[in-house]
Design a protein. Structure first.
Length: 366
């Protein structure tokens, strides 16, 4: 569990530390739907748990299909859901080397990365501060793969230069960078809860950097880093949860078969011991997953509070530099609150799986 990469450090300044958990009733698309009553009412407890896990796996894949993850993953999830092979297709999609893993590999393709870069630029560069960059990115998105590759390779840097030249020539609206503004970027470079925000802040303070670099950080570098941190978190938890779901399906199937084998076994004691061990493996798997989601819930809560505080400070500040981060900070705060709520739902699912697996352990003891 790479928990600390997401949790704000204790030494963070008051603006970034946050004081509590930002509550949200909005669960993200990847949160699980409740198990149906029909499944719960099945007479065979082992079969009921197996069916519940299968239904929840389908709900999980549906949540990916309707999530904010990359389009390639969403389409792949929809294809699995539409398969005529039902639960078998879902299990294969989540399994190591299956559809999810194959699609994740495709995300490393340069065409996918170039499109993502262009989309991120449009989302984080405003027409007011970066008109040339934004227009060039929008044009690249409407163009071909070659157009997007050209934008990434040189078009972005060239448009940045044009925007900077325009801003420097506009003496009337030129933003002043105070020592306190630079010092705050230094604080972010060391203590921001997001890795990519820290990277962006360090770049703004690199050797040879000027006040223009600081101004650009406030207007789009900060937002870009925050966007990358959110994207990375979503992919990280999606990778981990897909692997956990695949493992759960296999473990429950094995445990249900072991429990069924107890009936009429020549060596009943041995069969019961094997069934108990199999259900224990399920409970341990579920317990570990619950703890992981609790950690992610705390991490998302820290980020939500962090961005909420930033948005509040930006709204209250008369400093023109801070105005560029107001809207992105509000959006990030909302998104992280949704991640927090979804993590709580997922932790609840795994808690239920843990408790039911423990009940099965006790049941097969006889």
């Amino acid at each position: 569990m790479i928990r600390q990469r997401w949790v704000a450090r204790a030494t963070m300044v008051a603006l970034l530390a946050g004081g509590g958990v930002l509550a949200s009733g909005v669960a993200p698309a990847w949160a699980d739907a409740p198990v149906s009553v029909a499944v719960e009412q099945q007479a065979d407890p082992a079969a009921a748990l197996k069916a519940a896990a299968a239904q929840s796996a389908r709900d999980y894949v549906h949540s990916i299909a309707t999530s904010k993850l990359p389009a390639e993953l969403r389409v792949s999830a929809w294809n699995a859901l539409r398969s005529s092979r039902g639960d078998e297709a879902i299990a294969e999609w989540m399994a190591p080397g299956g559809g999810y893993a194959y699609t994740k590999q495709r995300l490393k393709d340069s065409r996918s990365q170039n499109r993502s870069f262009c989309e991120r630029v449009v989302a984080t560069h405003t027409a007011e501060f970066s008109p040339a960059v934004r227009a060039a990115a929008q044009k690249a998105l409407k163009g071909s793969d070659a157009d997007r590759a050209a934008f990434v390779k040189s078009g972005y840097a060239e448009a940045q230069k044009r925007d900077r030249a325009t801003r420097e020539a506009d003496v009337q609206h030129k933003l002043e960078v105070a020592a306190g503004d630079r010092e705050f970027v230094g604080t972010l470079a060391e203590h921001a809860p997001g890795e990519q925000v820290r990277v962006a802040a360090r770049w703004a303070l690199r050797a040879g950097a000027t006040d223009a670099d600081i101004a650009e950080f406030y207007h789009y570098g900060w937002a870009t880093g925050g966007s990358l941190d959110l994207e990375a978190f979503r992919l990280y938890v999606s990778d981990a949860e897909t692997a956990r779901r695949a493992g759960l399906t296999q473990l429950i199937a094995k445990a249900a078969a072991a429990e069924e084998a107890v009936r009429g076994a020549a060596d009943a004691a041995k069969a019961r011991a094997e069934a108990e061990a199999a259900w224990k493996a399920v409970s341990e798997h579920a317990g570990s997953a619950q703890q992981a989601w609790q950690a992610e819930q705390e991490a998302a809560a820290a980020q939500a509070e962090n961005w909420r505080n930033i948005a509040k400070a930006a709204k209250e500040s008369a400093n023109g530099l801070w105005q560029g981060i107001t809207d992105p900070a509000q959006a990030n705060g909302t998104s992280w609150a949704e991640e927090q709520a979804g993590a709580a739902v997922s932790a609840g699912f795994w808690k239920d799986m843990f408790e039911r697996a423990r009940e099965a352990e006790n049941r097969v003891k006889g």
